[in-house]
Write a protein that binds this ligand. Sequence first.
Ligand SMILES: NC(=O)c1ccc[n+]([C@@H]2O[C@H](COP(=O)([O-])OP(=O)(O)OC[C@H]3O[C@@H](n4cnc5c(N)ncnc54)[C@H](OP(=O)(O)O)[C@@H]3O)[C@@H](O)[C@H]2O)c1
Length: 341
Amino acid sequence: MNKKVAILGASGYTGAEIVRLVATHPDLEIAALSAERKAGMAMGDVFAQLGHLDLPDLVRISDVDFQQVDLAFLALPYGLSHELVPGLPDHVKVVDLSADFRFRDVADYARWYGREHKAPKIQPTVAYGLPEIYRSEIAAARITANTGCYVATSLLPLIPLVRAQVIDPHPIVIDAKSGVSGAGRALRESSLFCEVNEGFSAYGIAHHRHMGELDQELSLAAGAPVTPSFTPHLVPMSRGMMATIYVDGDADAVHETLAAFYSDAPFVTVLPLGKAPSTSHVKGSNRCHIGVVADRAKGRTIIVSVLDNLMKGASGQAVQIANIMLGLDETAGLKLAPIFP
Ligand SMILES: NC(=O)c1ccc[n+]([C@@H]2O[C@H](COP(=O)([O-])OP(=O)(O)OC[C@H]3O[C@@H](n4cnc5c(N)ncnc54)[C@H](OP(=O)(O)O)[C@@H]3O)[C@@H](O)[C@H]2O)c1
């Protein structure tokens, strides 16, 4: 029998992407969709491209019958999930796309997000949602915190390398770029066409919130504090994310380690040594492509990692996690090839 899911925040970009994936998933069925300002509307009136699907209308979260739900995707702004999750029935599994449960220490959440954590007792039970690294923890968890999108792009290459001590974690420099959908669908001046089009800007320099997650996971992998340099940039494209990462380490060893680590991974491809990927190679898919190139200076290596921020950076990975948590085939509903051009 199909597992029933609720998608909270279905009128947002990541929520709608989960709807798109679940609509053709062989083992999942949509039981409820929620919105806030758009509650009461039909999904097809909010996203015309989904109008042909037979979907429930958008309701407020308080009107969702969680007794009918096996798993809830929480595609909500940060600050809501840690208030909502403690009140959910125990049988409901949760994949949270926000930052609310990503910090292993709630003091780090307060430090990076400027507000106190409301569910500190639940936090130790939460799995960190990077399936390629934490698959068994995710399989055993009731709640999983999907990674940040920049964080997934960066950690997929970096964690195996830091764990294997193939690179020196001091320094790691991450130069990252995102499409505009990374900021969500809610109206924001900084996301307007004239602010974004024909321009390319860095933001959050030396203080972007995803640094907290990067520090946490790289330090855990290294067994000692690691503080990478990280600068995100906004690129005038709808979706796509790239991290160009500069490390101290031999390119052959870096490539060999990553190729071996991901040899059986369904969604991660390590390109032949010397080749670099483009965001257009993974658009619309749950894939991450990683390129490794030897720098001119001996002993330095440049890694280029790309994914679709709405897919492997958010909703695709969330469905991958749900598959693992529900004991389904990890790739179910996610075998889509990338869209090109
Ligand atoms: N966009 C990405 O690439 C990306 C990647 C990774 C992680 N994330 C994370 O995923 C989460 C969702 O992001 P998004 O980009 O999908 O955001 P979004 O497009 O702004 O959508 C937010 C959703 O939450 C609902 N919502 C807003 N305020 C609410 C409230 N007070 N109570 C209940 N529902 C409320 C909205 O409903 P209305 O439309 O009715 O207001 C909408 O459905 C965020 O935490 C974000 O950081 C996003």
